[in-house]
Structure formats: C-alpha cells, structure tokens
Design a protein around this ligand. Sequence first.
Ligand code: NAI
Length: 343
Amino acid sequence: MKKIAFFDAKTYDIMTFNSVNKDYEIHYFEDKLNINTVILAKGMDAVCAFVNDDVSKKVLDKLDEYGIHLVALRCAGFNNVDIEAAYKKVHIVRVPAYSPYAVAEHAMALLLSLNRKIHKAYLRTREFNFNIQGLTGFDLFGKTVGVIGTGKIGVAFINICKGFGMNVLAYDPFPRNDLDVSYVSVDELVKESDIISLHCPLTNETKHIINKDTISKMKQGVIIVNTSRGALVDSQALLQGLKDKKILGACLDVYEEEANLFFEDNSSEIIQDDILSLLISLPNVIMTSHQGYLTKEALENIAETTLNNITLYFKDEYLENEICYRCKKNPSGCMAKRNKNCF
Ligand code: NAI
C-alpha cells in the first residue's frame, strides 16, 4: 500500500479522510510541513498538505531527494507553494472546488448574526438576561447588497440574497451573462450598497480592494462581509471606518495576518497584532477563523478529490487538478489544455 504523509492533521481531517480512504496507508502528523518537519515524509510515497504548510523550494528539494514527486493540496489556494521550484520535480495537485454553498451560507450566517445581534443575545440569555435593549437590527428585505466576484461562491451568495428579497449589484471583470444581476463598476457598487460582500480571489488587482478611499465612498452605515481572503481588506482602514462609525459592522472569516494565528488555540497567548485585538474587541465585528468551508459535505468533497488526485498520479493518468506552472508562464504551451500532465 502506498504511504501518504499527511501534514497539519486536525481531528476533523482524520475522521473524514479515514471514512473515504480505502487504498492508502495515511500517516497523520499534527506538525505543519516545513524544512524542519519534512523529514517525517521520508519513506513515504506522497505528501498531503494544507493552506499553512510551507511548500517552498527547500522543502520541495528535500521531497525530491526522498523520491517523493507528489504534493496533494487539500485546498484550492496554492500561494504557499513555490510552483516554479516544483516544476519538473514534484507534481502539485489541488481541490479547485469543494462546496461554494458552505462559504456562501457562512457569509449569510455572519451577516444575519451581526445584524440581528445574535452574538450578544446568545450571551445574554445564557445568563438569563432577557433584556432586548440594544439588539435592534434592520430588515435585509429591500436592501442592496454589492457582491464583488461572481464565481461559484459569489453566485451561491447572490441566490441566497435574492431569497431574502434583496437587490443585488455585482462587480466582476468577467461578468456572466446567465445571471440576473446589475453589473456595475467597483465605485458605483461601493456607493450604492448597504452591504458589501467579497467573493473574489486575492490577486495584485484585488489586494486592499476595500481601502481608505473605497470606504470613504461607501454609504454611511454599510456592513462589510469578507469570507474570501484577508488581504482584500486594508485592516487598518477597516478599523478606522468602524471607529468613525462610517461602517456599521464587519463580518470576517479571514484576516490579513491570519497565517500564524488562525486554526490554532491562542487563548493563552498575548496577541501581538493590535489591529486584530481591536477588531475582535468591537461589538459590531464578528470574526470566525477561516471556517467558511467547514461543512460535512465540503470536507467529504475535499477528501474524495484529494484521494482521487493521488490515485490518478499513481496510475500515471492525466492530473486534471494539477497546478500548471507552464500555463502561467506561457498559456499557449499549457499541457493541461491538451489533457497532458504539466511535465
Ligand atoms: P471562482 O474562481 O469560482 O470565482 C472567483 C470570481 O472572482 C471569478 O468570477 C473571477 O472572475 C472574479 N474575479 C477575478 N478577479 C477579480 C477582480 N479583480 N475583481 C472582482 N472579481 C474578480 O472562486 P470561488 O470558488 O467562488 O471562490 C472565491 C474565493 O473564496 C476564493 O478565491 C477564496 O479566496 C475564497 N474561499 C474562502 C473559503 C473560506 O473557507 N472562507 C473557502 C474557499 C474559497
């Protein structure tokens, strides 16, 4: 049986992968993959990694030295992988989509909780404090939501919002013609929306798409929802907007500097990130720890696709979910477009 070194393993990963896996001997390690822990992979046939594992050149060179030529990411993003260094050494596969509904539903859950102050009401009633003063929200019905990024998750979120009777404005450089929404510029979207929800990837163009300037153009009392990537929002500007009461509230499942904090219990630590500490301390900010994807269905899809990616590799078949470095360098030379592997 082929052996897989599974890094940054959490209980929910182990449970789901064990329920789906039939073909592999999976060795689960709590440690994140990095140059100090890569030794754990020695003697294995493949590595399975997650968002905060370090798949840098040094680590890839070690894997190559150990005769390991596959890193199966159990996530969509690959900003933690040096794909150039991996080229011709280690194949990198990923899970491009697992459940857009999971993230879209989480975005709406955060919005509803913040608006109807469920986070405060929960704490009150647990102490038999049945006072409802200060818990007034507003109807979502008839309000305008601006959705930035109308891909899989954006569309799922739009459909939820339409179910609530909301008006939808959208911005995407690649608008879809099968969507019944008004596409507008970012400027118009931020000016007209009561709620702004981010569903685009983090790129050079989208970094700090919510910043001091865009916030200044927003409606007084806007709510910002970010379940995509932390750096889409300039956290300092967000904090200022909240302090100035220009922004009524923020729903955040991601944070610019989340890498060394999220997914771990830091409750006994002194947090050094003052912006994070201040944001969390505000009554009109709800923060979750990048758990938008965390549903049973999404976890099952992640396990199934990851194990299928690994099987395709060992059967020497076309890796449909390979991250193609050639494609980035030279789209016309992309092997994947010809149903061939990257190298
Ligand atoms: P997708 O690839 O289906 O859609 C992304 C959309 O963003 C596309 O329509 C694309 O044209 C658009 N886009 C690209 N550049 C843009 C720009 N400059 N401005 C506005 N829109 C732009 O991706 P999907 O599956 O909908 O995921 C969206 C994002 O959600 C991911 O990039 C990821 O950051 C985040 N995500 C968060 C998770 C969580 O647990 N919180 C889990 C999975 C994804």
